[in-house]
Structure formats: C-alpha cells, structure tokens
Design a protein around this ligand. Sequence first.
Ligand code: NAD
Length: 370
Amino acid sequence: MTNIDLLLLPGDGIGPEVMAETKRVIEFFEKQGAAKFTVEEDLVGGAAYDAHKKAISEDAMRKARDADAILLGAVGGPKWANVPYDARPEAGLLRLRKDLQLFANLRPAICYPALADDSSLKRELVEGLDIVIVRELTGGVYFGEPKTITDLGNGQKRAIDTQVYDTYEIERIARVAFDLARKRRNKVTSSEKNNVMKSGVLWKEVVTQVHEREFKDVKLEHNLADSLGMQLVRAPKQFDVIVTDNLFGDILSDVAAMLTGSLGMLPSASLGEVDAKTKKRRALYEPVHGSAPDIAGKGLANPIAMIGSFGMMLRYSFGMTKEADMIEQAIAAALAKGLRTADIKGKAEKTVGTREMTDAILSELEKLAA
Ligand code: NAD
C-alpha cells in the first residue's frame, strides 16, 4: 500500500472543526486500503502564536518540508488583531507559501446540480460546471519593483506598481496548467492583456512555445482577460483549465467562485516545483474560506470546502483519481438528498451542522465503496 506522509495544520476558528471532520474521511480511505496515511499535526496562525509567539514554529516548517502534502484549515481572528505584524496569523500562511515556493494556485469552481438554483446565474449556465483557474501566485504586479508612492512636490503624488514576469515563471505555471488539463478535459485557456501590456505579449509567446514544445496534445486557446471575465459569466462551461497571472487570477478566480454559491464549498491547492531529490511536487491544500470567527465553535461550519481540498490532494498529489471522484460524488449525493449547512441554506427548510453533513458524506462514501 502507498505510504503518504501528511501534515495537518488546522489553524484557527472553524479550521479545527472542519479539519476534525476531514480526518474521518482520511480514516475512511485508509480503512478501504486506498493508502496508508501517516498523519502529523501542528499549529499555524493564532494558535501557533498563543503557543510559541510565532505564526508558525521552525519545527512545523520542518514537518511541512518533509511532508508529501499539507492540509491547512484557516488562520486568523479578532483575538490576534493586535499581535506584532511579523507574528500575525497570516504570516504563517505566507511563510509556508514563500519557503515552499508555492507559485501555482489552483481554484476549481464546481457547481453541484443540487445547488444550481442558488447561483447568481441561471441553472442551465452553471449546472455541472467544473473548471479550474490556475493563478500565478508569487510574481507579477503584487511583488514587482519599483513599488512606490512618490510626492511630486506640486500637490500631486505618483503611485507605481510594476508588472514583471520572467520566462521561467511563465513556463512553470504553463506546465502546471497543461499537466492539469491532461488529467481533465485536455483544454487550456491562457489569459492576459497582450493588446496593452508587454508582460501580456511575453506571457502569450511563452505559453505558446511551451505548448508547441511539450503539450501539443492539449488544446490551447488565448483569451484577453477582460473578454474572459465576460465569458465567465456568459458561458462558463466552455472552459476547462484557465491559466493567468497573479492580478487577473485574483479577480477571475473570485468571479468563478461566486458562480458556485458559498465560500464554504470551495477547495484550493497551491503547488510548487517538483523536488529534484524526492520527485514530488510541493503542495498545500486548503479551503478558500477564512476562519469564520462569527460561527466558530458552534458546529455550524460547512465542511465541504475542507473535505474537497483533501479530494484535490488525492487527485493532484497522489493520482488517486478514483478516490477523488468518490469524494465529489459523495458530496453531490449528500446535497442531492437536500442536506444543507446554513451557508447554503437557499430555500431549504432545515439545516444541518458540520458533523451531520460529514456523516452524510461518509455514508455516501460507504455506499460508493460497497
Ligand atoms: P471568512 O471566509 O472567514 O468568512 C466570511 C463569511 O463566510 C462569514 O460569514 C463566515 O461565517 C462564512 N463562512 C466562511 N466559511 C464558511 C464555512 N465553511 N461554512 C459556513 N460559513 C462559512 O472571511 P472573513 O470573515 O473575511 O475573515 C475571518 C478571518 O479569517 C480573518 O481573520 C481573516 O483574515 C481570515 N482569513 C483567513 C484565510 C485563510 O486562512 N486562508 C482566508 C480568508 C480570511
């Protein structure tokens, strides 16, 4: 049986609640004999600050580097609003992303049929939607230098941000997108603004070259980012994998997310390079939502984004397609039975809590495995 070393970082607020439920799903697959999971757990965010006065300890960082994959809950909350800037909860997450060089952010937007009427778009436009946005996460205008505000001395100020991409940054994110498409419907849409931005010209050129050289079997199309924004709300099902830079990806992935309803439904992955020694790609999986302090400790949180993040891990880190499909089918079946947490209540009369939603998903998994 494959041995998988996992690091779980539950974090703060609802993080530990949804992680506890996801552990039951991990145990289910272990019992099924899908893999042997060796699970370590540590603190991140406010919880780590309370214990070590740091947002993540060196020991937890070592475990993160050694793990085959990391599953993270969420960090933050009002309790830590006044801690020193370098020790604020988000610093733990940023340190993980930076030290592990997680340059590719994958955000799927899946619309389960049972929730199609809750989308802001018409049912026929979103029912069965299954797309992934691959966003470049460590470069572009959020990090480019110079990044300044200068007083011009005449009552005016000038603000400068710099959009900068080198060939290697575009090549590696393009490869992630093409690889991903091969495991899905084999189509990549690359998005930039080559009509007005030099970085867009280079982006398009490099993605086209990588495609020609290494991924000719995958269908590639280019779409200007503004046009892509329109297409996402006009006919989102035409896409499979969308690859774009940090800024456009930030915006377009939030647009795509809202097609599916609640934050509590959305998983994500952040991927790094393949390690030359271990041949494994560094990877951190986490729900898109935050620590939801307003509902923390009440057993109300929707566990689907967290369980779905574990499903993404099985699919993308370990090639366990069958098990990942089972998770998606079990979630769809639980929703089809009418089970709803408060965030996806819609017109439902009754809602369930974190535990009951997981019970329902586990019972569907049992049926699928039978
Ligand atoms: P949030 O995602 O925590 O919550 C926004 C709203 O969505 C809240 O009403 C919350 O109750 C609801 N919600 C979120 N997840 C849910 C779930 N699984 N089930 C049911 N309802 C859910 O965003 P926020 O309120 O802006 O931020 C709260 C804290 O989380 C802040 O400290 C913020 O910095 C942090 N945060 C962390 C991350 C992360 O760890 N990656 C991401 C975003 C925000």
